[in-house]
Write a protein that binds this ligand. Structure first.
Ligand code: DAT
Length: 190
């Protein structure tokens, strides 16, 4: 199936879009998702919290200090909600989700020195800080997004400053509004 028919299928099925906000830990996913959720009628799903809350994991990895995700459980848990549309999904990885779920994939990017300070403030160990900074330098999440979703729905967003954050919220707000208008027009046409 071509990318364009994939996106048509996405729009026809949902009156409201699903947006994935992804990026290295500390780039601002949760803050942006909360703000964007408040200024649109989209529902914020913090996947990291959900995984802990509903035990969608196979235990804790002490070496990497993180939960070992149970992909199948996570996809099953979210399937119905995502099929209905109207969600902002916030997670530090993106390859686990089916491609058909998302209409827009935003990858947040932060300069190393700024990211370092944020992760240090969060109390991360030196090892965890280094891993995450390396991941940001090598654009791991951006590459993952480009491999997992059609190029036209993957957008890289700078997230260094409060001004960046505000402009990202505005862009999401405008985009979600356009999506809804387009979906409603489609409905009238069909
Ligand atoms: P993530 O969900 O990606 O782990 P977060 O939303 O928890 O990141 O943000 C980490 C910290 O950085 C938090 O104290 C808020 C701050 N922050 C996030 N994005 C920012 C931005 N664009 N400008 C300034 N501070 C930001």
């Amino acid at each position: 199936m071509s990318n364009s028919s994939n996106s048509e299928q996405r729009t026809q099925e949902r009156k409201k879009p699903n947006i994935l906000i992804t990026g290295t830990p500390g780039t601002g996913k949760t803050t942006l998702s909360q703000l964007a959720s408040e200024s649109t009628d989209l529902f914020h799903i913090n996947v990291g919290e959900l995984v802990k809350e509903k035990s969608l994991h196979q235990g804790f990895d002490h070496e990497f200090q993180s939960w070992i995700l149970d992909d199948d459980k996570l996809v099953d848990e979210l399937e119905e909600t995502l099929s209905n549309g109207g969600n902002i999904v916030d997670f530090h990885s993106c390859e686990v989700f089916p491609e058909r779920w998302f209409d827009l994939v935003l990858v947040l990017r932060t300069d190393n020195t700024i990211l370092f300070d944020r992760l240090k403030d969060r109390g991360y160990s030196q090892k965890k800080i280094t891993e995450n900074i390396d991941s940001e330098i090598f654009q791991v999440i951006l590459e993952e997004a480009r491999e997992s979703y059609p190029a036209e729905i993957v957008v890289e967003l700078r997230s260094n400053t409060i001004e960046d954050m505000q402009s990202n919220v505005t862009r999401i707000e405008e985009w979600a509004h356009k999506y809804s208008c387009f979906a409603n027009q489609n409905k009238i046409n069909y």
